[in-house]
Design a protein around this ligand. Sequence first.
Ligand code: AMP
Ligand code: FES
Ligand code: ZN
Ligand code: ZN
Length: 344
Amino acid sequence: MKKRQTQARVPRCKKCGAPAVIYMRQHRLALCETHFQEWFVNYTQRTIEKYHMFGPEDRVLVAVSGGKDSLALWDVLTQLGYRADGLYIGLGIDEGTQYSQRSLEAVRGFMAERPGLRLYVVDMKEAYGETIPELARRVRRGRGKPCSVCGLSKRHIMNELALREGFDVLVTGHNLDDEAAVLFQNTLRWQTGYLARQSPVLEATHPGLVRKAKPFCRFYEREVAAYAIVRGIEYQYDECPFSVGATTIYYKELLNQLERHSPGSKFQFYTQFLKAKKKGLITFHEPEGEVVLRPCRICGQPTTAGEICAFCRMWVRPDMDLEEAKRSVPSLTFRVETSESEEG
Ligand code: AMP
Ligand code: FES
Ligand code: ZN
Ligand code: ZN
């Protein structure tokens, strides 16, 4: 009698009955290694379709940081047969840990095992003359931390490269933990503008914007980590050294506490928000007249910040005329690396 109870508690794969490697409470689903991989890839495809992210003909640019999420995403999109190239931005963050260098090595290691991939590499120091920490120090933004300059630069570069190289969509590795933390933070402050825009897919609402999508937005971080491990992906484990003490980490921890008490709550919080928004049960409006998007006079990307966007302004002084300002902003340069195609 006792023995039978113990046996009943061993989670078994729902598909084949083998010992399960993961149990996903929100789906009431236990799966073995093989069926988990299969499910993970299919569920990504279902998310892509559910939110109309992109189709088989689209050219997809995957922003890869070397971390588990973005490498797992590139792996899945390739398996699904999408035309997906990578983009790595070398931020020049070393701070004694060689963080950026090791991130690029993780991306290259990933590619070495997957012939035929193409990677765009933008190196901040080469392209703009300064690493992210150097740039942040010079423009004195972010109270000693380069994170805001970094976020702004990454968004700008990803968008510019995707448009210039003719990609239909830019995808990032954001997972459910990331999205739920942002949603939580914005809800606590009733940031209606941000809540209106938070979505698994952002349409290109302006000629200077590329469409953006987050195909992993319904996966818990632990599920992505499990997938990366069973696929043998050697990713960069370390977080950026500047992320210590970041507010999103604090919100993630609060949500993890909630999740421990009430498993599945993170998933419900995020997906029910999207559902209610889609059905029109909750609507948010941008404050009228406040948000006016105009193309930046230097780079053409839309900005709410006036004539010149926040990225270009990092190189422009107030006394410059437009021509001088245009000359001062370095233009984007990049190189392309490919993993050798299989011989024969
Ligand atoms: P993070 O903001 O670091 O949580 O990263 C979110 C997503 O942005 C990642 O999953 C990647 O898709 C992308 N990303 C972050 N850092 C880089 C980078 N240095 N180069 C290219 N993509 C990046
Ligand atoms: Fe940009 Fe840390 S400051 S990744
Ligand atoms: Zn199985
Ligand atoms: Zn600009």
